[in-house]
Design a protein around this ligand. Sequence first.
Ligand SMILES: C[S@@+](CC[C@H](N)C(=O)[O-])C[C@H]1O[C@@H](n2cnc3c(N)ncnc32)[C@H](O)[C@@H]1O
Length: 213
Amino acid sequence: MDTQHGAHGGMRFDEASWEERYGATPALWSGRPNPQLVAEATALTPGRALDAGSGEGGDALWLAGHGWQVTAVDFSTVALARAAAQADRLGAEVAGRVEWVHADLTRWAPRTSAFDLVSAQYFHLPVPDRDSAFARLAAAVAPGGSLLVVGHRPSELHTGSPEMFFTAEQVAAALDPAAWDVVACEDRPRTAAGPAGHELPVADTVLLARRRA
Ligand SMILES: C[S@@+](CC[C@H](N)C(=O)[O-])C[C@H]1O[C@@H](n2cnc3c(N)ncnc32)[C@H](O)[C@@H]1O
């Protein structure tokens, strides 16, 4: 996700607020897949993927284009409609590999052990919704499958609402060490376009874990 509107200070993150945010602009995100997803999923054998908080579909469509069968979940109908329209533009083969699901991930439970990859990219929830939602996402990973959780580290682009941020270590700590191998648990620096258009240093917090087969 390339942030076009990054500051979190004073913003609300309920369904109506996200709907309003998407409705206020023709495109909130760049449409490109997120760099950590591309970095980690390129090496995986395509299978069934769940994209949690899929936004305008950049990741889901990249996965579908690389042979994955994708379930993309978001509670913004505007974002889902944009994603589905882009899927249609990419053609029937890609469009046919994505199921767009309108659901609130603080309540919606994916099928247990159903996905070879569960990806949550910049899916920041207020505490206490986060722990239970992430636990349901982890439970959806099939034996041998991967859980990829990527979040923003606070930066000039992301001020305020400190409770929305998490670290890869916090996500890893909630995984049963008897069932999971942690492959990556770290912060990765990169640059992103700031509000004035110039590049700013940011960092992602990245957890990649594999459920033991
Ligand atoms: C920061 S955006 C990231 C979108 C996408 N993953 C990307 O990287 O471009 C977070 C997304 O999560 C969605 N979202 C936030 N809370 C949600 C919830 N409780 N249930 C479903 N979707 C949610 C928002 O609508 C938004 O599309």
